[in-house]
Write a protein that binds this ligand. Structure first.
Ligand code: LLP
Length: 422
């Protein structure tokens, strides 16, 4: 038993595995993912959508762990990819090409060709230049690419500026006017079948209103295009569903979200696609880490963990809140800590002035909500090898990525003794 009031969330993720034994066996820091929680999140999204069935294309960037992707494949979930590397992972994990969509403002020719060769289901096209490239490359390959216009609806997602994508000042998508022009000229596209609409306005969105506004604008465009004689076979409403990182957070109102989709797209009987990332995996993961030191500064008391910003960048990048739960078994008095990592930057801070139970060196703590954009954004900054990743289920665990070794960390590097002229 864990003493903390957050014990329920922790115990759900560990799913019968003893964190102390796990930390002993695998070492810390390590990411721990609950297979059952991911399955549960998929099922709960599918349930919310039962009145309007949709194809789920998991946003691979949230957590591209091979084991997570295999689980998605087994559950029949497709993939939203933004690079050839993500496609490669998704295909290798068994996600069929026919369930893969390709988003992103900077698709390279090489990547477009690889996706055409793999036969992915559709390209979410983000610029006129990309549309021209797709037409040229598809005709070179003698293939017809299915494409959706990524519409930038100029809607404020009311989320962190760094993860907001649907305002006209953002680099993503094209205006509704430009989308109209693409369809008007689509007759000249011999190798691109422009028959879809796509929108994604940002991430960690908890208000239904921006979704309603954005999808509403796409719905209006759909009606207009159909009236003009265009066949629209798919509408992809993106990802962005927010989750609760702390007890006081609001979760997105799923019923409201689904009814916003249904209302905006009444009468649309083509394929509805969703690209959830965070919603499926965030709450399924924790970063398990050990206290290295408790340091009394002049003004603050610091809890120095063996995890750092290179392992989990969200707090330093977005000032994101993650619950931090000590895993000792008997309750202790409360203390206030700045919870930091060993990296040589003041930004390497997981929490400031956080009230939590007293910790001692050697204690284990779990950083919650780390299943999405945790390991996927990790680096080896300060030459810290990538953390191990573990999947747990029903009292058992499997290491799904072992801790990177120093040799692996410098693989590909060599001394500057092979000089060439360029
Ligand atoms: N579709 C597209 C086109 C996207 O760009 C994204 C996320 C998603 C779907 C999935 O969004 P989600 O359902 O996970 O919100 N690193 C940031 C989040 C960046 C999101 C980027 N795009 C964070 O840690 O908060």
């Amino acid at each position: 038993m864990i003493a903390s009031s957050d014990s329920h969330a922790v115990e759900t993720v560990f799913d019968g595995v003893d964190p102390h034994a796990l930390a002993q066996a695998v070492g810390t820091p390590c990411y721990v993912y609950s297979a059952a929680t991911i399955r549960h999140r998929i099922a709960s999204l599918a349930t919310a959508l039962r009145s309007r069935p949709a194809t789920l294309c998991y946003a691979v960037k949230a957590n591209p762990s091979f084991a997570v992707l295999q689980l998605m494949a087994a559950e029949g979930v497709g993939a939203d990819i933004v690079s050839e590397g993500e496609m490669w992972r998704a295909l290798r994990a068994g996600i069929p090409a026919g369930r893969i969509v390709f988003s992103g403002v900077g698709k390279q020719d090489r990547e477009i060709l690889a996706a055409l060769d793999a036969g992915i289901s559709r390209f979410n096209v983000e610029s006129a230049d990309e549309l021209a490239s797709l037409q040229r490359l598809a005709s070179e390959r003698g293939r017809v690419a299915h494409a959706a216009v990524r519409v930038n609806p100029d809607v404020d997602a009311l989320t962190h500026a760094k993860i907001s994508t649907g305002k006209s000042e953002n680099k993503f998508g094209v205006s509704i006017d430009e989308a109209r022009r693409w369809f008007a000229g689509s007759g000249s596209l011999s190798h691109v079948r422009l028959d879809g609409l796509h929108v994604h306005i940002g991430s960690q969105i908890v208000d239904v209103a921006p979704f309603r506004l954005a999808i509403g604008r796409v719905g209006d465009l759909w009606r207009e295009l159909v009236a003009a004689g265009h066949a629209i076979r798919s509408i992809d409403v993106g990802g962005g569903l927010g989750v609760r990182y702390r007890a006081s957070d609001r979760a997105v109102d799923m019923a409201g979200y689904v009814s916003a989709i249904r209302e905006a797209l009444t009468g649309f009987d083509g394929a509805l696609l969703l690209e959830p990332g965070r919603y499926l995996v965030a709450e399924a993961g924790v970063l398990l880490t050990r206290v290295l030191r408790v340091k009394q500064g002049d003004e603050r008391q610091f809890l120095v963990l063996d995890a750092a910003m290179n392992d989990l960048a969200r707090p330093s990048l977005y000032d994101a809140w993650h619950d931090i739960v000590p895993l000792h078994e008997t309750p202790r008095s409360m203390q206030v800590y700045d919870v930091v990592g060993p990296v040589c930057e003041t930004g390497d801070t997981f929490a400031r002035e956080r009230e939590m139970e007293a910790c001692r060196p050697g204690d284990l703590v779990a950083i919650l909500g780390a299943g999405a954009y945790g390991a996927s954004m990790a680096s080896t900054y300060n030459s810290r090898p990538l953390a191990a990743e573990v999947m747990v289920e029903n009292g058992r665990y499997a290491v799904v990525r072992r801790r990177q070794t120093f040799d692996e960390m410098i693989a590909g590097e060599q001394p500057a003794n092979d000089w060439q002229i360029a």
